[in-house]
Design a protein around this ligand. Structure first.
Ligand SMILES: Cc1cc2nc3c(=O)[nH]c(=O)nc-3n(C[C@H](O)[C@H](O)[C@H](O)COP(=O)(O)OP(=O)(O)OC[C@H]3O[C@@H](n4cnc5c(N)ncnc54)[C@H](O)[C@@H]3O)c2cc1C
Length: 525
């Protein structure tokens, strides 16, 4: 058994945990973050991609609106490279109530969310695919954000301050002694080793799984109500700004341009298990219908992939427990001392990716109060290494990089302009990583072929680079295709169906991938 000792253990490697470990380390505590999978593999890797301006909440949730507006300004500065400042519109659709726009403008003024009405003609000039029947348009400072870049930026910054980031480490047990947290047990899933971490404080940032972690420490049940939302990525940028319907928040009312695609979403349905998020075809159809309202002809674009995430909402007694759409998106910190008589542990839930830095500030402030120490939060002032202090992300940057100094490098993924060197460098850094780990970094297989061509090339290159043997190569390719398939089957129609049939013939018909020899265990982490 491996043993460690730190001041603070942070559980969960989504945006919240990454923000928290950065803050803890910057305040001078020794700390370790434990994540059972890869960073950003939970809700943070399954979200809509919107850096909220606050506009969505100006009428329904004014506090969240103000928090979003303030954090939008901070994140687009300290993590510039992870954020594309696209701007956004709230538009009144042909059948929507135009008077909601007045409530919206009043709410924006009251909550400090920058917003101004523009003419419909100007909106249509800037976004020509928008429905020509829109009745009003309001401009806001929405942006888009790459959740993985954001999490890695925070984790790298934390490492710079001495934090350890342990991915593929699953927490299994929390020891308490005389009503105080004393140690955390986890398993290193890559090699099966047990790890014991002695600590005086646990910050539970496990999102929709926070209730399970609190139970491990013997706390009374924490009611985290996972609110499942689905999203569908369309093959290109149908709009260049975020386009929202100017109505009370509803299903499928936002279209977000992220990297080379646009994403329509989302839904909100209470589920019991955040590890099993089904995507129903009826919901996909609902998203297509909603897309048509914003961009006529939406259905004719090619749907690439569907996925679902679970909002980590803490139960709010003001609304029915099944009504996740109308729960506060605000954050909640649970103090286990007053609630459960358990010292040395705090749980955080709710919030949004946009407000992750502020969530971290709140929970680490609460921890410092409990420890009777005054250590000031500096996370809003300091830019992150690499992503910070530069220009905001622009979608054409890979083309620019290629034309600048990479013309000789072979392209492995045409859709995302991923080159051979990008792939081999990332593989050398993470020789034990799966192709899904590399996908999150490089966008491998995220374009129209969904891995049909690039995954085969990547497998060959990985084998030739001698980081993996033939059996592992087969396992990695199978696992990658299996994971892509989960997001493909609910949207199979038109061109994507043809593409998938072709891929299937290549992999099953020609390569007979099902029967290639692989290692005994098909479980690849
Ligand atoms: C459909 C949908 C769309 C959204 N869209 C937006 C948006 O556009 N903009 C926005 O700002 N916000 C959005 N959100 C909200 C945002 O995505 C979440 O609030 C945020 O990602 C939550 O991050 P988290 O770190 O709290 O949780 P998570 O990202 O889920 O992280 C929790 C982590 O804990 C880990 N974990 C669980 N159990 C264990 C264990 N035993 N040991 C170790 N680790 C463990 C999990 O693997 C996971 O990685 C959306 C949410 C959903 C569901």
């Amino acid at each position: 058994m491996r043993k460690l000792a730190v001041d603070v253990v942070v559980i969960g490697g989504g945006s919240t945990g990454a923000g928290v470990v950065r803050d803890v380390a910057m305040r001078g505590y020794s700390t370790v973050l434990l994540e059972r999978a890869d960073l950003g593999q939970g809700t943070t890797g399954r979200f809509h991609g919107l850096l909220h301006s606050g506009g969505r909440y100006v009428v329904s949730d004014p506090l969240s609106a103000t928090e979003c507006a303030q954090e939008n300004a901070i994140l687009s500065r300290i993590q510039a490279g992870a954020v594309e400042m696209t701007g956004g519109y709230f538009v009144t659709g042909p059948d929507d109530d135009p008077s909601f726009a007045d409530k919206f403008l009043a709410g924006a003024a009251a909550t400090g969310v920058p917003a101004q009405e523009i003419t419909v003609a100007e909106a249509l000039r800037n976004e020509p695919r928008l429905n020509r029947g829109i009745k009003r348009a309001i401009e806001v400072l929405d942006g888009t954000v790459d959740g993985w870049q954001l999490v890695w930026g925070a984790a790298n910054s934390a490492r710079h301050y001495g934090a350890q980031i342990l991915t593929y480490h699953q927490v299994t047990k929390i020891d308490t002694v005389d009503g105080h947290v004393a140690a955390v047990h986890c398993k290193d899933l890559k090699n099966g080793e047990d790890v014991l971490i002695e600590t005086g404080f646990v910050l539970n940032c496990a999102g929709p799984w926070a209730g399970q972690i609190a139970a491990m420490a013997g706390a009374h049940p924490v009611d985290v109500i996972p609110g499942r939302g689905i999203m569908v990525a369309m093959s290109h940028r149908l709009v260049n700004r975020v386009v929202n319907r100017c109505i009370y928040p509803a299903d499928g009312d936002i279209l977000v341009p992220v990297h080379t695609v646009s994403i329509i979403g989302t839904t909100d349905v209470k589920v019991d298990d955040p590890d099993h998020l089904e995507i129903e075809q009826a919901e996909v159809q609902q998203m297509f219908d909603a897309g048509e309202v914003l961009v006529p002809g939406f259905r004719k674009a090619r749907a690439l992939h569907a996925w679902a995430g679970a909002r980590p909402l803490i139960k709010d007694n003001r609304v029915a427990a099944t009504d996740t759409r109308h729960m506060s998106r605000g954050m909640a910190v649970i103090d286990h001392t007053t609630r459960d008589g358990l010292d040395g542990m705090l749980t955080i839930g709710g919030g949004k990716l946009t407000t992750y830095r502020l969530m971290a500030e709140h929970i680490v402030d609460a921890m410092c109060d409990k420890l009777g120490e005054k250590r000031v939060c500096r996370t809003a002032e300091e830019d992150m290494p690499v992503e910070g202090a530069g220009p905001n992300y622009v979608v054409t940057h890979r083309l620019h990089d290629r034309e600048h100094d990479r013309l000789d490098d072979q392209i492995i993924c045409e859709c995302e302009l991923m080159s051979r060197k990008m792939f081999t460098d990332a593989l050398a850094e993470q020789p034990k990583g799966t192709f899904d780990d590399l996908r999150r970094q490089l966008r491998l297989g995220m374009g129209p072929c969904q891995g049909g061509f690039c995954s085969m090339r990547a497998t060959g290159i990985a084998l030739a680079s001698e980081h993996i043997d033939i059996e592992r190569a087969t396992e990695l390719l199978r696992l990658f295709l299996k994971n892509r398939w989960i997001g493909l089957w609910p949207i199979l129609h038109g061109d994507q169906l043809r593409q998938t049939a072709l891929d299937n013939w290549i992999f099953s018909g020609t390569l007979d991938i099902e029967h290639l020899p692989a290692a005994e265990s098909e479980v690849v982490l």
